[in-house]
Design a protein around this ligand. Structure first.
Ligand SMILES: NC(=O)C1=CN([C@@H]2O[C@H](COP(=O)(O)OP(=O)(O)OC[C@H]3O[C@@H](n4cnc5c(N)ncnc54)[C@H](OP(=O)(O)O)[C@@H]3O)[C@@H](O)[C@H]2O)C=CC1
Ligand SMILES: CCCCCC(=O)/C=C/[C@@H]1[C@@H](C/C=C\CCCC(=O)O)[C@@H](O)C[C@H]1O
Length: 332
């Protein structure tokens, strides 16, 4: 018998999640049935959607999330012992996965792509869901052209830092907004043409100075007032990819932001939201391209690593508070 631990969400969050909203439950895993695998979890992801989706689920529920793990026992010949897998089984140290389970909207368990020597943690980051989000959410919706000006918010995070670097690969001018001077410094080191600390800058004036000819593409990770300010500086036929709205995930009531309709109409903007699941069947294409770019040095994924099962909650809240530069992951 294998003893396992998992985080159970006990309460619907109010504001920033609190430790007492979670309980760590220890239990014994049952024997494997046909079509199941036993996985020792090695990397767990903490992501903004864990906060954004909380109100949709009746409590208690097991904290879902992406994870990378090693198959230690198997009753499915497609996943032999020693295989590394990516699943949405969440914050736990051991789990049993039904390999045919299609209940989760987040997709079925799959084999970790061949990362050709890169860290397996990238399976929940640059070569996982956030990587696919940056790749498809930017390229398919913004359809950037070389020479265009691209703005990214949440620019030093998992998705945003990849979007900015992909935009540079495509020959664009890239401006990123992030929440600290250290993040700004890093973004300029990895090739952003300009990075701006949105907590200390006059956002409208700083953007006007950085993009005097206006903005062609905006990848929106944060929503709220800063997004309205950016959209109000867009050029004719500009494209906005709405990825998320982390500035409001802890708010019970949505904050007000300046009106956008005049810019949308006069500049004939296209504004489109997406969920990365739209391109689930094309994930291998994104992963192959992202791995190639990382190996060639054109894409530099950064990770903010927390160690220890007991520290997953702190890593989650830390990410919501902006402590991460790059992808926030936990090593078990
Ligand atoms: N549509 C989709 O399919 C997907 C959407 N997403 C969305 O993408 C966005 C980025 O996710 P991800 O890259 O994983 O997370 P990040 O790695 O970017 O981490 C979250 C970051 O958000 C920033 N942040 C926190 N509060 C605020 C605020 N009030 N205003 C502005 N920024 C804030 C912090 O950076 P800082 O220091 O700069 O404030 C923090 O580091 C989220 O909105 C997420 O929900 C992610 C995956 C899929
Ligand atoms: C305004 C809120 C926007 C949230 C955007 C966001 O971050 C979306 C992320 C999803 C995420 C959803 C994952 C799981 C939901 C639970 C499914 C289940 O098993 O019941 C990710 O998997 C894909 C992104 O589109």
């Amino acid at each position: 018998m294998v003893k396992a631990r998992k985080y159970v969400v006990k309460n619907t969050f109010k504001g920033l999640p609190k430790r007492e909203d979670y309980e760590i439950v220890e239990y014994e895993l049952p024997a494997l049935k046909n079509g199941e695998i036993l996985v020792k979890v090695e990397w767990v992801s903490v992501d903004p959607y864990l906060r954004a989706y909380n109100a949709r689920y009746p409590t208690p529920y097991d904290q879902f999330s992406y994870q990378v793990g090693l198959v230690e026992d198997s009753k499915d010949p497609r996943f032999p012992v020693g295989t590394r897998v990516v699943s949405h089984k969440g914050w736990c140290d051991y789990c049993i996965i039904d390999t045919n389970d299609t209940k989760s909207d987040a997709g079925k368990v799959y084999k970790l792509p061949n990362l050709k020597g890169l860290s397996n943690s990238l399976g929940v980051g640059a070569v996982g869901m956030p990587g696919a989000t940056a790749y498809f959410g930017f390229l398919e919706i913004c359809k950037p052209k070389a020479g265009e000006t691209v703005v990214v918010t949440g620019a030093a995070g998992a998705v945003g830092s990849l979007v900015g670097q992909i935009a540079k690969i495509k020959g664009c001018k890239v401006i990123g907004f992030a929440g600290s001077d250290d993040k700004v410094k890093w973004l300029e080191e990895i090739g952003f043409d300009k990075a701006i600390n949105y907590k200390t800058a006059d956002v409208a004036a700083a953007l006007k100075a950085a993009a005097p000819k206006g903005v062609d593409c905006y990848f929106d990770n944060v929503g709220g007032e800063i997004s309205s300010t950016i959209i109000n500086q867009m050029n004719d036929n500009g494209r906005v990819s709405v990825c998320g709205a982390i500035s409001s995930y802890n708010d019970a009531n949505l904050p007000k932001a300046p009106i956008l309709q005049p810019s949308i109409v006069f500049h004939q903007l296209k504004i489109e939201g997406f969920l990365v699941w739209r391109w689930l069947d094309r994930q291998p294409e994104a992963f192959a391209e992202l791995i190639k770019w990382i190996h060639s040095g054109q894409l530099k994924p950064r990770e903010h690593i927390t160690e220890g099962f007991e520290n997953i909650f702190d890593a989650f809240v830390g990410m919501l508070n902006g402590e991460n530069t790059g992808k926030a992951v936990v090593k078990l």
